[in-house]
Design a protein around this ligand. Structure first.
Ligand code: ADP
Length: 544
């Protein structure tokens, strides 16, 4: 082999912030603090405070490879932890505060976290955890001295106090780029949560991957608001991608309701915001109700769960906001496919345009393939469905300390089995049609719950809907629909059935339609089909 004659310089997370501080010193980070007011500062300020944090971590005895947990909302202090912890060679382990207590215990102990950094309003959660997590030596409350709460935690210390007298520069170590930088556990809808351990290299490459032109144009003028939490797969990489190109960041803290988001989008001039469909449906409902509009937002990125076509249409036609979709998983850093609709959109007209937008294009760096139940390849013809498998430099190669989960999740030839069912069309266009465990198999044929939900959600009275499989003596399984109506609107099963006629194949028509006040959601804001199946376990279909 003839080796290239290029410098082997590592790709390191801290170099992103160093670059932002030097190249875009005035680009800002605005945060809604947990204490209340909006905090604003620049990347240059953030870099200085991150140096202070690095010194403070050293004084706490945290070093190479130590896992440092954060249980926190999207704010500037959490941003500093992303960089400071990884920068010294430790691992920033973000934890979802909405998980059940036993999952939190499991995660902190399995990761063997040395310290927990926690937001003010989440301290009670750590108070309950502390006794059961013997490895945790320090609990740092992310606030200033003035706001320090009374707490039963003996080891509690104050974030601003530990930074106070520290120097504003730090001699950042030149780590190997394959050093672990960050960690995130899946929310564990089945079995125990499983840990993904990201490296500096994978994190930097992922950030560069999502910055590819044509996805969501990011630059120094952009103002990006990740509503997706920083505890949920690194806020889809935005805290790393935005500083690379100098985009300003807006971090919404703990308040994610429509009114609070609207207020912050307007006051900070947000141009792009990212979040799960539930957030965008909530904001849409609030805007319609309040009669308010958005003056600066041009694009929303939706991901983490299938978004209904009606949502794309409503945002574009009522508010002039373009909605892009991304696909990814905790195990894939997360983004593997995003936006960019390809040439189909050039010729699409009317509703066809929105259909194009339900697809997302594979990012450079990631490979995707579909296989059938026997592991045989499924054609990428935009019609045939198969289990989606992927590989790439920001996809895990194993779960953290979990051999059983690892061997179940990888194929013999080293591809990651996503558990999603999808189609792949020309120009590497991906469309997720289901999760393997959510599919409805009627008489041996698959019904896509996502497609079915999508059609129901286009009924003007429907706020949210989920389709689940119910046992059936003749067809093995038949679909049942669970529907939430918009406030002050009415519709009966017959209206919904009439609406579906002609939009779906006849045999997809749900055998039962049930109306409820709300649907259960997971810790990351997705409809929890697991809980729905539990809730309707004893329900019998009228056709059964
Ligand atoms: P969990 O949902 O278990 O917390 P993740 O946040 O990692 O874990 O979720 C990943 C899953 O979310 C994917 O496997 C897929 O089922 C779903 N998902 C993500 N993006 C999309 C999308 N654009 N369309 C449909 N489903 C999606």
């Amino acid at each position: 082999m003839l080796s290239g004659r290029m410098m082997d310089r590592p790709l390191l997370v801290i170099d992103i912030l160093r670059h932002a501080a030097e190249a875009f010193p005035a680009s800002r980070i605005a945060s809604r603090t947990v204490e209340g007011p909006i905090h604003r500062y620049t990347y240059a300020d953030a870099f200085r405070r991150t140096a202070k944090l690095a010194h403070a971590l050293g004084q706490l005895g945290i070093g190479d490879g130590d896992r440092v947990a954060t249980i926190a909302w999207n704010t500037y202090r959490h941003f500093e932890l992303y960089y400071g912890v990884s920068g010294i060679g430790a691992v920033c382990h973000t934890i979802n505060p909405r998980l059940f207590a036993d999952q939190l215990d499991y995660i902190v102990n399995h990761a063997d976290d040395r310290a927990i950094f926690v937001d003010l309003n989440l301290v009670p959660l750590v108070e309950q955890l502390a006794d059961r997590c013997a490895g945790v030596r320090h609990v740092v409350i992310m606030t200033d001295r003035e706001h320090m709460p009374r707490t039963s935690l003996e080891q509690a210390i104050c974030y601003e106090e530990i930074l106070e007298d520290m120097p504003e520069t730090f001699d950042w170590p030149c780590l190997d780029e394959n050093t672990a930088a960050a960690m995130c556990y899946t929310s564990g809808t089945t079995g125990n949560p499983k840990g993904s351990l990201y490296s500096h290299r994978s994190t930097v490459l992922h950030a560069l991957g999502v910055l590819a032109p044509g996805i969501f144009p990011l630059n120094r003028e952009a103002v990006v608001m990740p509503v997706v939490p920083m505890f949920h797969v690194q806020a889809w990489g935005q805290p790393y991608a935005a500083p690379i190109c100098g985009a300003s960041l807006v971090l919404p803290g703990a308040r994610l309701d429509g009114e609070s988001l609207h207020q912050l989008m307007e006051s900070e001039g947000v141009t792009l915001a990212l979040g799960v469909p539930t957030i965008w449906l909530g904001l849409l409902a609030w805007l319609r109700q309040s009669g308010k509009g958005l003056s600066t937002v041009a694009r929303l990125l939706t991901g983490g769960a299938a978004a209904p076509l009606s949502m794309f249409r409503a945002w574009e036609e009522e508010y002039g906001v373009e909605v892009l979709q991304g696909w990814g998983m905790t195990e894939t850093s997360p983004v593997c496919a995003c936006g960019a609709y390809g040439s189909a959109l050039d010729v699409a007209e009317g509703d066809e345009r929105y259909v194009c937008k339900l697809r997302q294009q594979r990012l450079f760096g990631v490979e995707l393939r579909l296989v059938d139940d026997d592991g045989q390849p499924v054609p990428a013809d935009g019609i045939a469905q198969g289990e989606l498998q992927c590989r790439g430099p920001w996809v895990i190669d194993s779960y953290y300390n979990d051999d059983a989960a690892t061997s179940a999740a990888f194929t013999d030839d080293g591809w990651f089995r996503t558990g999603d069912v999808a189609t792949l069309a020309a120009e590497s266009m991906l469309q997720i049609t289901d999760r393997t465990k959510d599919m409805i198999k009627s008489g041996g044929e698959w019904i896509s719950s996502i497609d079915l939900e999508n059609e129901v959600m286009s009924h003007p009275a429907v706020a949210e809907a989920a389709a689940i499989a119910m046992p059936h003596p003749r067809w093995q399984e038949r679909p049942m629909l669970i529907v939430v109506l918009n406030p002050d609107q009415t519709a009966g099963s017959d209206d919904i059935r009439r609406h579906l006629e002609g939009r779906i194949a006849k045999w997809w028509m749900p055998d039962d339609i049930v109306f409820v006040d709300d649907l259960p959601h997971t810790a990351t804001g997705k409809v929890s089909k697991l809980q729905l199946r539990e809730r309707f376990r004893d329900h019998v279909l009228p056709t059964a």
